[in-house]
Write a protein that binds this ligand. Structure first.
Ligand SMILES: C[S@@+](CC[C@H](N)C(=O)[O-])C[C@H]1O[C@@H](n2cnc3c(N)ncnc32)[C@H](O)[C@@H]1O
Length: 225
């Protein structure tokens, strides 16, 4: 499994029920949905001490329908909004049509990021790695993030937390959603889990590498190249 099956799965849900699959408390891509992205960007950047400026660039991995991208593009000079799903990218383009500082990039889903070495100042990713079905693909996203960051650049990437309790809570959620008729037992929804030790190993050459937990199931890896 490489993560490339994600394309079909996320294309289908982008067409049938995008809001719920992006953030499960929403049913439509309405103003409340997009306002939640603004608030979350503000909060997550602040807990990691990140403040992208107008002269800087930021890569977002897994932009979905652009829920968080507007807020990111209000801060950074340029945003590269990337996603495995062209149907998600289509929704993001519609929402972000008025913003001129965003480039859209379709990914293969196996962790490769087709941009040049040391070309961005920030990498940001939320509730995306947790759906990537192959450990190798998540690890590659991380090593690729380090590769594309300029020296001194900062990365903030959310992963599923390790340990028994987060695992049980995740499975309870997957089953509950499946009983509600969603295809959440599929690997493309459940994703894989990379150990904390492995995430540390992959960023051992970064100057700062720390974990920030938000909630019982999420952890963020914050690093500086
Ligand atoms: C839950 S949504 C989150 C979107 C956005 N980060 C947000 O918070 O609004 C997950 C996104 O990850 C993308 N995704 C899933 N698997 C992926 C993969 N293997 N590689 C890149 N993106 C992937 C999906 O297409 C989807 O847009």
């Amino acid at each position: 499994m490489t993560g490339t099956g994600s394309k079909d799965y996320w294309n289908q849900v982008a067409e049938s029920d995008p809001a719920w699959h992006i953030a499960t408390k929403f049913r439509s891509l309405d103003s409340a949905f997009y306002e939640s992205g603004e608030r979350e960007v503000e909060y997550f950047l602040s807990i990691a001490g990140l403040s992208p400026g107008s002269g800087q660039s930021l890569l977002e991995i897994g932009c979905g329908a652009g829920r968080m991208t507007w807020a990111l593009a209000s801060r950074a000079g340029k945003v590269i909004a990337s996603d495995v799903s062209p149907e998600m990218l289509k929704l993001a383009k519609e929402h972000l049509a008025d913003r001129k500082n965003i480039e859209f990039l379709e990914l293969t889903g196996d962790g490769k990021i087709p941009i040049s070495d040391e070309s961005v100042d920030f990498v940001f990713s939320y509730i995306t790695m947790q759906h990537v079905p192959a450990v190798e693909a998540q690890e590659r996203y991380l090593t690729e993030s380090v590769r594309v960051l300029r020296p001194g650049g900062r990365g903030l990437i959310q992963f599923r937390r390790s340990g028994l309790a987060p695992r049980v809570l995740d499975w309870v959620g997957h089953f509950a959603h499946a009983l509600g008729g969603r295809r959440t037992l599929r690997a493309e929804w459940r994703g894989a889990r990379v150990s904390r030790r492995r995430l540390e190993e992959l960023t051992r050459n970064c100057k700062v590498s720390s974990f920030i937990s938000t909630g019982r199931r999420h952890t963020w890896l914050s690093f500086e190249k």
